[in-house]
Design a protein around this ligand. Structure first.
Ligand code: URA
Length: 270
């Protein structure tokens, strides 16, 4: 069908939707009276298209539905798999075998959590960066070096704590993860929390905080406050959100705030 026929088809569909199912003259009355002038069919179609946003075509609509269904299936699949993981090693093997998240296709390595599997404090970032993607270990790049300093300043050692990310795969170019990617990977993170059983969770940055606390608040609003995370078994774990080290590397002036947060954390651990 050429584009003019499609325009006419679109216009007729629009009339039917609006309840106009009978023609009384050559030129639509409303179009005739609106500016007291007659318009040609292409002019009327242009006017309609200006007023209404373009509707997805049938194939686009089908693709969107298929994508939404694939995301729902992947989330369910991840949740069911995780429930069966009795140890962190079993969970790691499940994440490595999982094919429901497209990020795995562009990532070099799966970056599972690391550190003390019985840590009192668990740190959660957003997603691996380029260095972590190469090493297969969370927080080993510049952000990781700053995190190490902050952990030390808070009176802990890196090998005493457990460190992981919301996503085990690097988003290409370090882009922000999509809602679907977070939703698909979240069951793996939640199961990691249940298996480590930390006494305190520290969420690094807005993405980790929004994902786990299920809100859309800004990190500036959430940081430094004690909140709670409820596991699927109903256990409440104290949570503190703070700025992501990568943000602090870009905004050196904000560093003082993370020290304030970590002093609060140190007091809670003692
Ligand atoms: N940023 C993160 O959120 N996680 C990492 O592992 C590294 C950088």
């Amino acid at each position: 069908m050429n584009s003019e026929c499609l325009d006419v088809k679109y216009m007729l569909e629009w009339y039917l939707t609006a309840g106009v199912d009978e023609t009384l003259g050559e030129v639509p009355f409303a179009a005739q009276t609106e500016k007291h002038q007659e318009r040609t069919v292409p002019e009327i179609v242009k006017k309609i298209q200006e007023k209404s946003p373009p509707q997805p075509q049938e194939d686009e609509r089908r693709a969107i539905t298929a994508l939404a269904q694939a995301t729902i299936d992947a989330c369910k699949n991840a949740r069911e798999m995780c429930a069966g993981a009795k140890t962190l090693d079993e969970l790691r093997a499940m994440v490595e075998a999982f094919d429901g998240c497209a990020l795995k296709l562009t990532a070099t390595k799966t970056v599972f959590g690391g550190g003390n599997p019985k840590a009192k404090v668990m740190f959660i970032g957003e997603a691996p960066g380029a260095d972590e993607d190469r090493a297969g270990i969370p927080f080993v790049g510049r952000s990781g070096m700053l995190l190490d300093k902050i952990i030390t300043a808070a009176g802990m050692k890196r090998d005493e704590v457990y460190i992981t990310n919301v996503l085990p795969w690097r988003p290409p170019g370090n882009r922000t993860p999509t809602t679907a990617e977070v939703a698909i990977c979240l069951p793996f993170l939640k199961r990691q929390i249940e298996l480590v059983e930390p006494e305190i969770l520290v969420l690094l940055g807005g993405s980790a905080a929004n994902a786990l606390l299920e809100n859309e608040d800004s990190i500036s609003k959430m940081r430094g406050k004690w909140m709670e995370y409820k596991t699927s078994a109903g256990k409440l774990i104290p949570v503190m959100a703070t700025f992501h080290p990568a943000y602090l590397l870009r905004n050196v002036g904000q560093k003082a705030k993370i020290w304030v947060d970590f002093i609060r954390l140190k007091k809670k651990i003692l």
